[in-house]
Structures are given as C-alpha cells and as structure tokens.
Design a protein around this ligand. Structure first.
Ligand code: 6PG
Length: 241
C-alpha cells in the first residue's frame, strides 16, 4: 500500500490524473483495452473536470476504455445525486468514449434487484472475457464507508458470491447498488481519493487502527495481486503518525 500526501484537492486530482494516464498508456502498450471503475460522491469531481481539460483530455485513448461504476444511488439518471450523471457532466460528455463500452448502473424503469442482476451479468461477462479491472477509483465517507459498503452492514461488506448487490440505505431513504469487495480487490490498481479534515479522524482509524471492516468498511479493500494507493490531502492526513 502506498500513501501519497498532497497539499490540497487540486494537487490530489492532478496526481491521480497522472497515475491514471500512466496506467492506461502502459496497459495499452500490451493490449487494446483498459477498464476503469469510477467513483461517485464529490471528491472525484475535480479529477474528472481535470481529465476533460484541453491539457489532459488527449493523454488518454478514451475509446479503448471500458467504464464501470463502483456504486450508484438508486435515483433517476437526471437526478443531481446520480453518480453516473456527475461523471457524464464533468467528464464523459467531453471526451470521445465509446458509449457501447460505458456501463452505467440502471436506475430508471427497473427495480434495484433487476438492475443489480443486470450489472452482475455485465461485470461477470467483462471479467470472464477480459480479466480483472485495471483501475478502480474509490472514495471514502467520513464514516469509513467506501462504495456503498456502510458500517455495520455485515451482509454487504462481506458479500463475496456476487460481484454486485443492492441494499436499502435508511439514512438516505434510498436504495443503493454497489460492487462488492471481490471484483475490487482483484483489480490491478486500486486508488482511494480522500480529502478534507472531516475525513482525518476516520482515515487514521482506517489506515493505522485495528482491522475492523465491519466498523470501517474501507478496510475490506485489500488488493490480491494489485496495488493499493491512497491519494490524500494534508487536511485528511493531519492525524496520521
Ligand atoms: C457515493 C460514493 C461513496 C463516496 C463516499 C465519499 O455514492 O457516495 O460512491 O462511496 O465515494 O461517500 O464521498 P465524497 O467524495 O462526497 O466525500
């Protein structure tokens, strides 16, 4: 595991953009496809906006990418809380992705159960034919959750039969769809982006406290053969030894 502490969120976004560009270009020298799992929430917005700028957008062969999401709030695509909408608004509408290779978690005219089944099949099909995910981008909540694996939710945190599950999140009065830990832990490169002093307490627990993924679900993320990188800013890192 490598921890990269940068000054602020802009520096974190720049560092992650460069790590992604390097990973994509190295991989596309060996084969003609690359898979990335995008995160939702607010932290990655700066990264997505940066990747869409003139300076960065031509550094990635977008039409070779297969794009997935780590989790989704079960709200319509045009709802501001929808993770896929955020990624399209900030990045995917501005770069030449192949829409046939962009797999959103469906949230319209479908039940959470059916959407989960569909996504499970999509992920299984990709992994069986193309192999593990190349790059998984994750965020972490100030309660230590990642993806939609929330503290105390034993069933979702330790699920390993399915690649994707749905859950009811009472605190937000909504369903969520989320990848489970296995397809993430099998990935080649896993990158957490965590910024802000509101994350400093939980980050200290996650990185330097006892292993307790039921309480701190981000701890369930441990790569098998791949690499795990934490890109954090000084505020989030302020309590680390
Ligand atoms: C989501 C995310 C979630 C996110 C964390 C951090 O749907 O909310 O996928 O896991 O990464 O909640 O969110 P922020 O980046 O907004 O702090």
């Amino acid at each position: 595991m490598q921890i990269h502490t940068l000054k602020d969120i802009d520096s974190v976004a720049k560092a992650v953009a460069e790590a992604l560009i390097l990973c994509v270009s190295n991989t596309l020298q060996q084969r003609d496809y690359f898979s990335i799992v995008l995160s939702g929430g607010s932290t990655p917005k700066k990264l997505y906006e940066l990747l869409a700028t003139e300076e960065y957008k031509n550094k990635i062969d977008w039409n070779k990418l297969y794009i997935f999401w780590g989790d989704e709030r079960f709200v319509p695509f045009n709802n501001e809380r929808n993770n896929a909408k955020m990624a399209f608004d900030t990045l995917l509408n501005h770069v030449p992705v192949n829409r046939e290779q962009v797999y959103i978690m469906q949230t319209g005219n479908i039940t959470p159960e059916d959407s989960t089944k569909e996504y499970n099949n999509l992920v299984n099909h990709y992994l069986e034919n193309k192999g593990v995910f190349d790059f998984v981008l994750l965020g972490m909540g100030d309660d230590g959750h990642t993806l939609s694996l929330f503290p105390g939710n034993e069933e979702t945190i330790f699920e390993e039969k399915n690649q994707c599950i749905s859950l009811w999140l009472p605190a937000q009065n909504m369903h969520r769809i989320t990848l489970t830990y296995p397809p993430v832990n099998n990935a080649r490169e896993i990158v957490f982006m965590v910024t802000g002093d509101n994350k400093s307490k939980v980050l200290k627990q996650v990185l330097q406290g006892d292993y307790n993924p039921l309480k701190y679900p981000s701890q369930i993320i441990k790569p098998g053969n791949g690499e795990l990188h934490w890109f954090i800013d000084e505020d989030a890192a302020s309590l680390l030894k």
